[in-house]
Ligand binder design. Structure first.
Ligand SMILES: [Zn+2]
Length: 357
């Protein structure tokens, strides 16, 4: 069975984790010096390595021969945790386990010493999804944690986690992965998978993934249908090629040509285009125009990289910075409206009319 690249290449040691050295170096030192906390809180956007680091930490604290704070991944403890046969290490997704009974049942177990490893480790993903009752049960545990217990809580939305919980955890912030770091890892993985990913293509995929290694690898998966991958391949597979319909819509809108803009939008819709993705592309394109407008020179590194620089330059000349900013604002509102359930077609039509004004 085909295994997705992001699963296959999930980092197995702290040293393999891309772009989070401020987190991984601290955790390695804590493991090496055996100065562990009872509770960790990993905060960051999706795909930045929170769950990977939690899994690595669960093995490292139980490893029989850790090397410089990294788990060896070969001893019975490491192997048992990795293949889920050791029940002392549990991974829960609060999004699907947020009922208070589940948490209570879990917390009833924590008083027992671990059966086969040194520490019981509970990884709770998306912890902000827990109910208030579940939080208070968890808080009781964190107030007087037994010696053999480690909690690793992970969240994308730390503001939804009660302050009483946050204050009892050691807090680690995961950054968006810089495009050059993500690109280097993509290149390395491509080589190991037996194909060549050209530098330009790697840079483009990394920028499109916006700091998420998981998204970067999923994009690489989409583009890798055998053979080497260059920039053109990425653009065509991801539907960003040449004079795309998105470019025609933005161009017509900036010319104030509402009939043409709406007609093109309708073509995209009729061809089965997903309106959320279309609005996302219009936003990316408009943002690139604004960046080019504000930074005629030196702004290339900030561009999404999905479009031809000359074309972006020509588009950005059609409107003032203020107008482009207003367009971007309207597109952001439209994306919100669609996510709130307003029909995608209607919302994007209203938005395109606004862009033409
Ligand atoms: Zn080990």
């Amino acid at each position: 069975m085909y295994q997705a690249l992001y699963r296959k290449w999930r980092p197995r040691t702290f040293d393999d984790v891309a772009g989070q050295e401020h987190v991984t170096e601290t955790l390695k030192r804590q493991v090496a010096l055996e100065r562990l906390s009872h509770a960790y809180l990993f905060v960051g956007t999706r795909g930045t390595g929170k769950t990977s680091c939690a899994k690595i930490l669960a093995r490292a604290v139980n490893c029989e021969s850790p090397a410089d704070g990294n788990p060896c991944n070969e001893c019975p403890s490491c192997r048992g945790i990795e293949n889920n046969s050791i029940l002392d290490v549990l991974e829960l997704d609060a999004a699907s386990n947020n009922r208070v009974d589940d948490v209570r049942a879990l917390l009833d177990e924590v008083v027992y010493t671990p059966a086969s490893v040194k520490k019981r480790v509970y990884i709770i993903d998306e912890v902000h999804m827990m109910t208030p009752q579940a939080f208070s049960a968890l808080l009781q545990m964190l107030e007087e944690p037994p010696e053999h217990l480690v909690f690793i809580l992970a969240t994308t939305e730390v503001h939804k986690v009660p302050a009483t919980i946050v204050s009892r955890c050691q807090h680690f912030s995961f950054k968006r992965i810089p495009a050059d770091v993500a690109a280097a890892r993509l290149t390395k993985i491509a080589r190991a998978e037996g194909f060549i990913l050209e530098d330009e293509a790697a840079g483009l995929l990394a920028r499109l993934a916006e700091g998420s290694m998981r998204d970067a690898l999923s994009l690489l998966d989409q583009c890798s249908t055998g053979g080497d991958i260059g920039r053109e391949r990425v653009l065509s597979v991801l539907g960003l090629a040449g004079e795309s319909r998105a470019v025609r819509i933005v161009s017509a809108a900036l010319d104030g040509d509402a009939p043409l803009a709406l007609k093109t939008l309708d073509e995209v819709y009729s061809a089965g285009g997903d309106m959320t993705a279309v609005v996302g592309e219009l936003s990316r394109l408009t943002r690139d125009c604004l960046v080019t407008k504000l930074m005629p020179r030196g702004g290339e590194g900030l561009l999404s990289g999905g479009y031809d620089a000359d074309m972006i330059d020509a588009l950005s000349r059609k409107a003032s910075g203020e107008r482009l900013y207003a367009c971007l604002d309207a597109l952001a509102r439209c994306a919100q409206d669609i996510s709130r359930g307003l029909g995608g077609k209607l919302a994007s039509e209203l938005c395109v009319i606004k862009l033409c004004e």
